[in-house]
Design a protein around this ligand. Structure first.
Ligand SMILES: Cc1ncc(COP(=O)(O)O)c(C=O)c1O
Length: 398
């Protein structure tokens, strides 16, 4: 059967397929250490689960307004005010089925065929594919290891054309953990101020998982003139260990939010009613669970990076947030095992799963073939065991 031509430009999610392979091996009884996970290994807080149970008891089980219940939209505004120091009204908020869905709705709402979207690489796997699905043109900008994989003002300036509609910033980043501090954002905004036709999609979904006492900041916070052309993406997924509940938000100029709501109204309608009530409990409830989780990720991060850097040939930027490390393993490319040469990140991931039963995601999925992505949303035992296996496997390559 002939399928849509649009789909020919889109790859299936590599992270989901590696995870599936790891799960299959586990079902076969193999002890796999899965560094490919993209979600916190903590339980959703008890008070959030309780709110969902209560929502069921109160029969909050019908359609809700397409863009979310007013109580949740107000909770998002209050949460953003407290955390960002920015004031939004509920009409600036769209509640979607996860941050991913929120991004997709916004892209559908603002992109015309041929519009360019600047995506610094390494990037989150879905950005270029979603842009392509919306008939936009992903403009990938390679960022250097030496600059902690961050977009510099010069790289940004170089990438902007008359057709640029959007630039996507993701801090702290999946997959590198890189974080833009205030000074770096001020410099990027100085470039953006010369190009008022460019809007920023600020994917902030790891904002609450920050290390080394970093303070939260994004483009709109360093310069409020950016507010009319910044769309913030947030979600309860990573911050409150609620990946399966599928609640995320787009927050920004009313015109864009209203258009994105129209997209949602003709595709999914409202996100799950019960999950929306649970999200209110997450945003308004006790926040100590968030700090505890971030502290635990920071400790694991230190251990992981230290162990990786002890392996001769591995280079790794120190993550400043989120729960991923992105080591450069390209020094091992060209080396062999059982007569087979490992030539790139996909073959490295295959080698590690086949020979060491360790699942990682190839860096090529994130636009950098020199690296592999390791999540540290794993128990300490698994972290230690997995790193022992990686250490042995890499040293076995000749
Ligand atoms: C950078 C980034 N943005 C957005 C998302 C989507 O999150 P959600 O699960 O809320 O859809 C993810 C999930 O992995 C992510 O890493």
């Amino acid at each position: 059967m002939e399928l849509s031509k649009r789909l020919a430009r889109v790859q299936p999610s590599a992270t989901l397929s590696i995870n599936a392979k790891a799960q299959q091996l586990r079902r076969e009884g193999v002890r796999v250490v899965n560094f490919a996970v993209g979600e916190p290994d903590f339980d959703t807080p008890a008070h959030v689960k309780q709110a969902a149970v209560q929502a069921l008891h109160f029969d909050r089980t019908r359609y809700t307004p397409v863009s979310g219940i007013p109580e949740l939209k107000q909770a998002v505004c209050d949460w953003i005010r407290d955390f960002y120091g920015l004031n939004y009204s509920p009409s600036s908020v769209l509640v979607s089925c996860g941050g991913k869905h929120a991004i997709y709705n916004v892209l559908q709402a603002i992109l015309n065929p041929g519009d360019e979207v600047i995506i610094p690489a390494p990037y989150w796997v879905s950005y270029p594919e979603m842009v392509a699905l919306c008939d936009g043109v992903p403009v990938i900008v390679d960022c250097d290891f030496e600059k902690d994989y961050k977009l510099t003002p010069a790289l940004l300036e170089n990438a902007i054309t008359d057709k640029t509609r959007l630039v996507i910033l993701n801090s702290p980043s999946n997959p590198t953990g890189c974080y833009y501090d205030r000074d770096e954002l001020v410099e990027l905004v100085a470039v953006l101020n010369k190009h008022p036709h460019v809007t920023v999609l600020s994917d902030d979904i790891y904002s609450h998982i920050l290390f080394n006492n970093r303070k939260w900041v994004n483009v709109a916070m360093v310069d409020e003139t950016m507010l009319p052309r910044t769309v913030i993406i947030q979600a309860v997924s990573k911050t409150y260990a609620m990946t399966g509940w599928r609640i995320g938000f787009a927050v920004g100029p009313e015109e864009i939010i209203s258009a994105a709501s129209t997209v949602q109204s003709q595709s999914t309608s409202n996100p799950c009613s019960i999950a929306q009530w649970a999200a209110i409990a997450a945003l308004r409830g006790d926040q100590t669970c968030v700090a505890r989780m971030a502290e635990e990720f920071e400790n694991r991060c230190q251990y992981l990076v230290e162990r990786l850097r002890q392996i001769p040939g591995v280079k790794c930027v120190e993550p400043q947030g989120a729960f991923y490390a992105f080591p450069d393993v390209s020094a091992f490319y060209g080396k062999k095992y059982d007569g087979i040469v490992v030539r790139n990140s996909v073959e490295m991931a295959e080698y590690l799963i086949d020979k060491a039963n360790v699942a990682v995601v190839p860096g090529s999925a994130f636009g950098n073939d020199r690296c592999i992505r390791l999540s540290f949303a794993l128990s300490w035992n698994e972290l230690e065991e997995g790193l022992n296996r990686i250490d042995t496997a890499l040293k076995a390559l000749r």
